[in-house]
Each structure stands twice: as C-alpha cells, then as structure tokens.
Ligand binder design. Structure first.
Ligand SMILES: [Zn+2]
Length: 535
C-alpha cells in the first residue's frame, strides 16, 4: 500500500466515456446524452472530459459546438477534443481534421499516434520517420494554436515488445514537440499487471509525464492502471462504469475509489466521492445500459450480505465484514433476506426498513414465514417492497389503501388496434367500488392499465408510477412437480424505485401478484408521495 497522503501534483483523472466508452456495442449517445454525462462527470470531479472526435463524427462536432455555445458549463473539468496526427505527406496546418480540432475550441486536445512499427507500415502505409514527423508537426501546430496537447500512443505495449526503441522514440518525439502528457495505451487490452512496471518505467526514463489507458480484455484494466500508476503514470484514462468496446475500458469509478480509499490520495474531494454511486447510476440511466449489480464500490450488491451466520456478527461490528465504509462512495450495506436467512438477518433487514424486530418471538415468526415463502418459490433478495408488505402484515401494520374485488384478463389471437389483451379490474377504496377495463398488447400491460385507471380517482399519485422492468423466471421445484414462475417487477415514481415479487404456476397470476403489490407498496400512507386528490 502506497502511503502518499495526497495525489501528486498534476495527477489527472481523464474520462473518455464520451469517446472510447461510446464504442461499446449497442451504445448510441445523442448530443443531449453527451451533455448530460459531461455534467455528471464534472459533478464527480474528474479533471478532463474527452468529448469525442470533432470533424470525424458529425455528432461529436455538434457536441463541441453546443459546449462552446454555452450549453455546457463546467465547474472543474476541462473539455478535451480527440483526434489523430495529420495525414501522411500532408501538413497539420492544412489538414481538415486537424483544423476541426482547433475549431472545437477546447483547452485540451488529445492526439492518437501510432507507436507500434507494424501499424505504421501496414495501417498508415508509411515509414517510421514520417510517422515521427506527423507527430511533431501536429503537436507543434496545435500547441502553436494555444492548445494543451496530450498524445495517446496507440498499441504502445505491443509496440514496445515488437520494437522497444521505436516505441520510446514516439514518446520522445511527442514530448520534444510539446506534448504535456504522453499516454501509454494498451489498445488490445492484453497486458497483465506484472508486465506493466518494466515497460512504464522504461518510458518514464524519457523524462515526460506519462498517462495510462487500459482496456479490460484480460479482466485486468483496473489492476493494470494501478500498476502503471505505481510505476509513475500521473494521468489515468478510463470510462464511467467501464464502458467501452469488447470487454470495456478501465472503470474510472473503481480506479478513483481505489486511489482515494486504498492509496489515501485525494484525487477528488471526499464529498464528490460520496456521490459516486448515484452518479454511476445516473450515467447508466443515460447510456441505457443496466447498472452492473456486482460493480465494485457502487454496485447494488457491492455491500450486500447474505449468510445468516455473518448477519449476527455484522450486528456486532459491520466493519468486520466489509473492506471499506460503503457510505464513502455513497453506497449502503444491504442485508439480503434469503433462504439462508437466520433470525439475526431478518432483524437487521427490519432495522434497515425502520421496523423494530428486537422481540425474539416476532422475529422468529417472520423468519419462519420467509422460509415458507421461499420454499414456495418467492425470493426477497431484491424484492424489498414485497418483504416490507410481508413484515407489516405479520406485525399487524398493513393498512391496505385499496382492496381488489376481482380481476380478469383475456388474450386473443386476433388483436385489435388497442392490443391483444383486455383486462377488467374491480377495486374498492373505502365504500367506493370502481371497475375499469384496460386494453393493451400483453396481459400484464392490460392489467396495469385497468388497475391504474381504477385507482386514479382516489390516488393521483399512481399517474406517476411507471413499470420499468419486468423479469420472469421459471423455477424447477423438484422432480415430478409443476414448474413455478417467479415474476419480479421494478416500479418507479421518478424519485424511488421499488421491487415486488409474485409466484405461481401461471405467469399471469404471478405477474398480477407482483403488480398488485407494486401499487400497494407505492400507496402505503407512509410512502405515498402526496395525499389522495392533491397534485
Ligand atoms: Zn481505447
């Protein structure tokens, strides 16, 4: 463990989510998406935000134009434009792509340069001297235009192995021409941490500030990044949530948390690190890539404990069972209610939800009920809302705001314009009984519409409820028995997201149970966002 109390001066966190991260399969970011992500990155406290490749990609050109026109106000981060060295045989000053970099009006330009001799020969189809001239000319032109220039040495590590003296010459030429940082890129992502030190140190002997850019093809992007930092790299490139092509880039969130909490460096203010979980999830909402529950530090499961045996000890001292305090990254310790759950686990979970389960008899009764339900196919690990309903029911604290008297759904092979399914739901709120019909494609949507309409007159809040995820799983309960279906529904009201579970031999029945509980939990007096009838 390194003991430096603060990050060395001029240590950079450089985010490339908007450029390299956007290479991820299936990811497409609009200009508005990019602006949103850039604001989140600034809030997190990264030093540089690489916005894209102006001139090469119209969307990126539009992003820089929007940023320059005042649509993006950054408090701390500096915007960087990415581009390549000038064309073979040309001049940087007259190369349209180099000019586009100037037109992007960013303080920083990051240039990609070839540093592997075979790539010079076969991709650029030129000789080694011309490649160096291209670097020198482009860096000098851009610094002459008042830009701070960083150089990304593409395929540096493979290049160093093939031809070390040439790879180092590229580093030297970049520095001599005026590059502020020379970034060593593991473009193919094939490196291992134990190989990093020697090569980064060799490049460090050139006497320039080095950066590191790792891909995760060996599952070592973060470890390689740290190894490079140990060997002297002062500038770290990565992406939010590890977005990137193939297996992704180094996850900047993990790198940042490691440097801050393990190395003890102050790379961002502590209050910013405490926003890491919410910012990571906010970026996931923009990229439409589901957050990875097992992401280090900020994942939903990152501090989730399951074993009943641990739970009793966690009550004594939580720190014995976690590598760091989850609140430092804005996460929470979470107790999973599972079939392994013992009484201590249930008591902790109750605490977390604000219920006092210190009475051993009550806790034992609830534990028995959870075990029975789990034997029947229920799972409360993620379905916190259903667990709370069960808890309230056992404690006699469940005052249901509505009662469903009847529901029915029909699905036809001959769809109409409204859909293929028609649902009827009859609901009583106090004395008043309302019946509504919903039509949609799919029985769950039809039931959702009918239930929502039946509840709306009494509870305006349901208008804001949205089903955001629906998962169906078939569970084999054992040989010779019917398969059971488990449905999980995530519902959101814009502020909160809650999960409910339903189980049955029939998928519609299981879906209805999860749907019903979703509305019930959302409308509990304790939770309802606003009283009935008030907007
Ligand atoms: Zn890359």
């Amino acid at each position: 463990m390194t003991t430096l109390p603060v990050a060395p001066d001029a240590f950079h966190l450089y985010d490339t989510t908007l450029r390299d991260g956007a290479q991820q399969e299936g990811l497409r970011l609009t200009v508005a998406d990019k602006l949103k992500i850039a604001r989140l990155l600034d809030e997190l406290g990264v030093d540089f935000i690489e916005g894209g490749w102006p001139g090469a990609n119209p969307n990126d050109t539009a992003f820089f134009a929007a940023a320059a026109s005042g649509e993006l106000e950054l408090e701390h981060a500096k915007l960087a434009a990415f581009g390549a060295t000038r064309r073979v045989g040309g001049k940087a000053s007259s190369d349209p792509l180099t000019r586009a970099l100037v037109d992007a009006q960013t303080e920083v330009v990051c240039l990609v340069a070839k540093s592997h001799d075979e790539h010079v020969f076969r991709a650029l189809r030129t000789d080694l001297t011309e490649n160096l001239a291209m670097i020198t000319d482009t860096v000098q032109f851009l610094t002459g235009e008042g830009r701070r220039v960083f150089v990304d040495c593409e395929h540096f590590f493979d290049g160093y192995r093939a031809n070390p003296s040439y790879a180092l010459e590229v580093v030297r030429a970049s520095a001599d021409a005026g590059a502020e940082v020379v970034v060593l890129c593991d473009t193919n992502g094939g490196m291992l941490p134990t190989w990093m030190g020697e090569i980064v140190s060799a490049a460090g002997a050139v006497g320039v500030d080095l950066g590191i850019h790792c891909h995760n093809d060996t599952g070592c992007a973060v470890a390689n990044t740290l190894a490079a930092v140990d060997a002297g790299a002062m500038h770290v490139q990565g992406t939010m949530n590890g977005h990137g092509e193939r297996t992704g880039n180094a996850d900047l969130v993990t790198v940042m948390a490691n440097l801050q909490l393990k190395y003890g460096w102050s790379v961002v203010p502590h209050q910013n690190l405490a926003k890491a979980t919410s910012i990571s999830h906010a970026v996931a909402a923009v990229t439409h890539v589901a957050p990875n529950a097992r992401q280090p530090y900020v994942g939903h499961s990152a501090f989730a404990h399951k074993a009943g045996l641990h739970a009793s000890a966690i009550k004594v001292d939580a720190n014995l069972y976690q590598h760091t305090d989850p609140t430092l990254v804005g996460n929470d310790m979470r107790m999973l209610v599972s079939d392994m759950a013992g009484r201590a686990n249930i008591q902790l979970k109750g605490d977390e939800l604000g219920f006092d389960l210190s009475d051993r008899e009550v806790a034992a009764r609830i534990t028995d009920r959870v075990k029975q339900r789990e034997a029947a196919g229920y799972s409360y690990e993620s379905a916190d809302a259903s667990f709370e309903l069960l808890l309230r029911d056992e404690l006699g604290e469940l005052e249901a705001p509505f009662a469903v008297q009847k529901w029915r759904v029909l699905t036809s092979s001959e769809p109409t314009e409204e859909g293929d399914s028609e649902a009827t739901v009859k609901v009583a709120v106090g004395e008043r009984v309302t019946s509504r019909v919903g039509e949609a494609f799919g029985p769950l949507s039809a039931l959702d519409i009918a239930l929502r309409q039946a509840l709306t007159p009494a509870f305006k809040a349901v208008e804001g409820f949205e089903l955001i995820d629906y998962k169906v799983r078939i569970i084999e309960m054992g040989h010779g028995t019917d398969a059971i279906v488990r449905v999980l529904i995530d519902t959101s009201d814009g502020d909160r997201t809650w999960t409910t579970v339903g189980v049955g031999t029939n998928v519609v029945e299981a879906s209805w149970e999860a749907l019903h509980d979703a509305y019930l939990w959302g409308l509990l007096p304790h939770h309802a966002a606003e009283p009935a009838g008030v907007r």
